[in-house]
Design a protein around this ligand. Structure first.
Ligand code: PMP
Length: 308
């Protein structure tokens, strides 16, 4: 990952990719207090579309503020850095990772005078998920690891340290032979996948967990808007139990990297099995709501629907 050509934006300067190093006593490395974003750029009509960059940048600044990290750059500075990062690295279809972290001025939880640094790296990302995999979807296991709780961490912040919990859940599921983990909150209600939000369809209505334990996903928000405003589908944000996923007509997960991925099987139950949907391992139906939303999302991200 580090031995390649390219440029990384760091605190307003451009570093050659190979020289973009940090000290071993960097505070964030030791305690996980920092925040980041995952943003995508798509080659679309009228050029490269840095998809919903204003919303991602706002979430990054919100995360930093909630963590009480004094951000030395404005929204506009960071949006411009992300745009320049694509140009400098000659990228059209890309994944960008703006990251905010504490420097190495001190160690320990009481460290004073820590400086806040920001970097933006970007790399080429065509179809992260192949069209075939996006149609076959995921087999998942409900995780024994609970998702964060609002009184344990800042669930709205995209904090580095949160991803220990995500990786515990994902790695356990993958070792057991599954593709993904579905995480419940501390009360046992459905929260999200390891790094993606979750939706279910039942009798023509879409349901997704309210924002308490899950991240306030930007793809989640795009999907809610597309379902409501373009397809005229009702969307309810509420508490959801795992048996509602088992008995859903369709279910899918959403995220910047994964876009929309069908959830085909949970804990050995074939989702949508009762209504004659194709078996897991076979592509989802073209006229399913999941496939329709996948196509719409694809068009929006490539600027083919006008307004994003
Ligand atoms: N939940 C978690 C824990 C995530 O890491 C992500 C990916 N950022 C998401 C949900 C989806 O969020 P978004 O649609 O903004 O990428």
């Amino acid at each position: 990952l580090y031995d390649r050509d390219g440029w990384i934006w760091h605190d307003g300067e451009w570093l050659p990719w190979r020289d973009a190093r940090t000290h071993m006593l960097t505070h964030t490395l030791h305690y996980g207090m920092g925040c980041f974003e995952g943003v995508r750029a798509y080659q679309g009509l009228g050029g490269t579309n840095l998809f919903r960059v204003a919303e991602h940048t706002r979430r990054l600044l919100d995360s930093a503020h909630a963590l009480d990290m004094a951000m030395p750059f404005t929204d506009d500075d960071l949006i411009e850095a992300q745009r320049q990062c694509l140009i400098r690295n000659d990228l059209a279809n890309a994944y960008l990772k703006p990251t905010v972290y504490f420097g190495a001025e001190g160690l320990g939880l009481r460290a004073k005078g820590l400086t806040v640094h920001v970097m933006v790296a970007a790399w080429d990302l065509g179809d992260y998920i192949s069209p075939q995999a996006a149609s076959i979807g995921l087999r998942a296991l409900t995780s024994s690891w609970a998702r964060h709780h609002v009184n344990i961490s800042l669930c709205r912040a995209k904090t580095n340290g949160h991803y220990v919990n995500s990786m515990l859940a994902l790695n356990t599921a993958v070792k057991a032979g599954f593709d993904e983990a579905i995480m419940l909150d501390t009360e046992g209600y459905v929260a999200e996948a390891s790094a993606a939000n979750i939706f279910l369809l039942r009798d023509g209505v879409l349901h997704t967990p309210e924002i308490t334990s899950c991240l306030q996903g930007i793809t989640r928000d795009s999907v809610i808007q597309l379902a409501r405003e373009v397809l005229g589908i009702e969307v309810r944000e509420r508490r959801i139990t795992r048996d509602e996923l088992y008995t859903a007509d369709e279910a899918f997960v959403t995220g910047t990297a994964a876009e929309l991925l069908p959830l085909r099987e949970l804990d050995g139950r074939h989702i949508g099995g009762r209504v004659g949907a194709p078996e897991p391992g076979k592509p989802i139906a073209d006229d399913s709501l999941t496939a329709r939303l996948q196509r719409l999302y694809r068009r929006v991200t490539r600027n083919e629907l006008g307004d994003d």
